[in-house]
Design a protein around this ligand. Structure first.
Ligand code: AN7
Length: 373
């Protein structure tokens, strides 16, 4: 194998992650996702910003969760764990199931009954997780897995596990490498709020600055020899209106949104996310389900990028906040598109035009094509 073969983010960033030479790394070559500049949308809207999408849907299980899961499962295996558990709105369960399979250990996933996208459910089932549907929501599941993992031989791999954030912080390293410096703004969806916290850790380390977000090393992690950026971006977090505790400034007991990935009312990383917002002088904003779906369709049709509804909230948020002038002129803005559109085929099909059904006859098909040309 040649030295340039990419073998995942832990190998790439091992000097910035909590591993040593003896650590057995559990990886599916996650990370190294494309940073795609939007062309048609900014042109059409006359925006004077450079907008890039970090397409995390191109990770091995189709979401950013793989970044955290490679780290969490690597550390679980290192500690001798034989089983992992998580609560999930879908993507975490898919990643946990896949990385447990890779490691040869058991996985247990708690998911809210009827409220997870079909693709995600199929992944957890296919990778051999024990899938437990609860008659409750993600927040109920989160409470239960914390209780279960404190009394049973189960390693908890939700983002309350600090190794998850360590893996996820690597997205900042990749963005800085691609752009040559940190962007002016980094925009993302916020659910359980682990990811925004992880972004802040990654950007802070890269700029050689301490962040209040870091709970692994009590502020000692700022790089002394490995500074790769001159600044930190302003972080902007978008939430679905029906599941927006950061907009309400309090927990939400019955969260609802079509973007089931972020149907979360009691985010675990509440304090870390507020710290990231304040330290970066960023903000939270909300979008309705209708705005989310319109943005998902707009991105897919105008740029050829198919992300899931939760990810499309970044575009919905930009549509709102750029028009309002909330972003400084001529800025570089990166959006994290957290998951692939194929995760949720039902939502995609429901909002698209149905296929045209005809006889298998040349003339009939020709007439339809002429009509649409
Ligand atoms: C596509 O899978 O919480 O704010 O259990 O799947 O770090 O929670 C998923 C979250 C955004 C929100 N976009 O990230 C789970 C889960 C997608 C997601 C988020 C999720 P966090």
């Amino acid at each position: 194998m040649n030295n340039h073969h990419y073998t995942g983010l832990i190998n790439k960033y091992r000097n910035r992650l909590p591993v040593d030479d003896k650590t057995r790394i559990i990886s599916l070559n996650e990370g190294n996702t494309p940073l795609i500049q939007l062309k048609n949308l900014p042109n059409k809207l006359g925006w004077e910003h450079e907008i890039f999408c970090k397409f995390e849907g191109l990770n091995p299980t189709g979401s950013f969760k793989d970044r955290g899961m490679t780290m969490a499962v690597t550390k679980a295996v290192e500690s001798g764990a034989q089983a992992i558990i998580c609560a999930s709105t879908g993507n975490t369960s898919a990643a946990a199931a896949a990385y447990a399979a890779r490691a040869g250990i058991k996985s247990f996933v708690l998911i809210p009954e009827g409220k997870i996208a079909l693709g995600k459910l199929s992944q957890a089932m296919m990778h051999g997780a024990t899938v437990i549907q609860i008659k409750g929501n993600f927040d109920d599941g989160m409470r239960l897995v914390q209780e279960l993992s404190s009394t049973m031989p189960l390693n908890l791999v939700n983002s309350i596990n600090p190794y998850r954030l360590q893996g996820q912080k690597t997205i900042a390293f990749e963005v800085i490498e691609a752009l040559g410096d940190a962007p002016d703004y980094h925009v993302m969806p916020v659910g359980n709020a682990g990811n925004i916290s992880a972004h802040w850790i990654g950007y802070s380390e890269s700029a050689g600055q301490q962040c209040g977000s870091c709970n692994l090393c009590a502020g000692q992690c700022a790089f002394k020899d490995d500074v790769i950026s001159t600044k930190r971006p302003t972080l902007v977090g978008y939430q679905a209106s029906g599941a927006a505790p950061f907009l309400r400034n309090e927990m939400v007991d019955s969260p609802e949104t079509i973007a089931t990935a972020i149907r979360i009312g009691h985010p675990v990383s509440w304090d870390l996310a507020w710290a990231a917002q304040k330290e970066s002088t960023g903000w939270f904003e909300e979008c309705t389900d209708e705005e989310i779906l319109q943005a998902q369709k707009l991105l897919a049709e105008s740029e050829g990028i198919f992300c899931e509804p939760a990810s499309a909230i970044t575009i919905a948020g930009l549509l709102k906040d750029v028009e309002r002038g909330r972003y400084q002129k001529n800025s570089t803005i990166v959006c994290t598109l957290t998951g692939h559109g194929l995760k949720d085929p039902d939502t995609a099909i429901a909002q698209s035009e149905a296929p045209i059904v005809v006889e298998a006859k040349r003339d009939e098909i020709g007439a339809i094509i002429s009509h649409h040309l």
